[in-house]
Design a protein. Sequence first.
Length: 411
Amino acid sequence: MYDLAVMWDWAGFAVRWLHVVTAMAWIGASFYFIALDLGLVKAPNLPTGASGEEWQVHGGGFYHIQKYLVAPEHMPEHLVWHKWQSYATWLSGAALLMIVYWVGGELYLLDPTKADLALWQGIVISGGSLTIGWIAYDFLCKSKLGETPTVLMLLLFVILTVMSWGYNEIFTGRAALLHLGAFTATIMTANVFFIIMPNQHIVVKDLQEGRTPDPKYGKIAKLRSTHNNYLTLPVIFLMLSNHYPLAFATEYSWIIASLIFLTGVTIRHYFNTLHATGKGPHWTWAVTVLLMVLIAWLSTASMLDNYDDAEARELTPYEQQFASAPGFEDAYDIVLGNCSMCHAREPAWDGIRWPPKGVVLETESDVARHAKMIFLQAGASHAMPPPNAIRTMTDENRAAIITWFRQASAE
């Protein structure tokens, strides 16, 4: 298990790398086509069925782009489909969710102070909940509400707020925000897989078989694509949130996550209007700043008193595995002497008001719960403590941490 922990961490890094790269490709393509679509202009002598065109320059060359509102008269020989960026992003994200929050669920997913769940129960809720949003959202889009986009977006915001609260009632703070991001990203990818691509395939088939494509399919796909555009920035925030305790480890983190969706709307509204008219509404920036100020205030409103009390409590089976292993007492003393000045409920290090990454290392249960992280950060590597914070973290101490983790993993 010792070697497995190292290899598993590298596997997580590789999948995270893939996820970031594919997300960049998907987001870049999405933003590009929204900007392109809004910037198209009417021009004389456009081909039959073309609604607008645009000239662009990039990489030393000129590009002449024309958009057909429904479809061209004849099927082009070479057609590029933009779908794999979305699929690869979701699949790599799902794999990363399994690696970090399912396999590492005892540490990252479950919070015994919120809900007394077995790991398998947490995993079922984690995976099953991702489908709820798509089912509800798709139902609303296909109802008469699909003809009133503003009302539809408001209802989607209500759904996201409810899910934000629900996740926070069950999972750890970082898992709650991450799952809300995955919940939203599932809606976005499902839009591509179940609506946008099938509608485009219908149009292509009509062209191939000599029929005139129905414009409703393009209209429906455009609506879903626009929704994805407004959801993108909040998803990025939620995916990055696990690095910032001020976002995930506060009493009002579920409200913070909800408000982030409003900032996504104001920011994208500015740029979408800018691309369409050449001038964006500056009031959106004022609203965005006010929302971020409110978010910053909420993050400290309860003084981050969101960590477990330092009082001794009964250890979980996962914690007991590491707390009862040979070498734990030595490892515990080493962690207290080198880590707890920062990783405490009330950090003693100047300039640090809250434990970095929300990781607290004071009690025996704290240290046992974070055994794998301690091993990777201060045993297998020299990532922690930071050079300026080292007290007595000698090579012998790091070896003691490795030995303790090996002994516990072998049991």
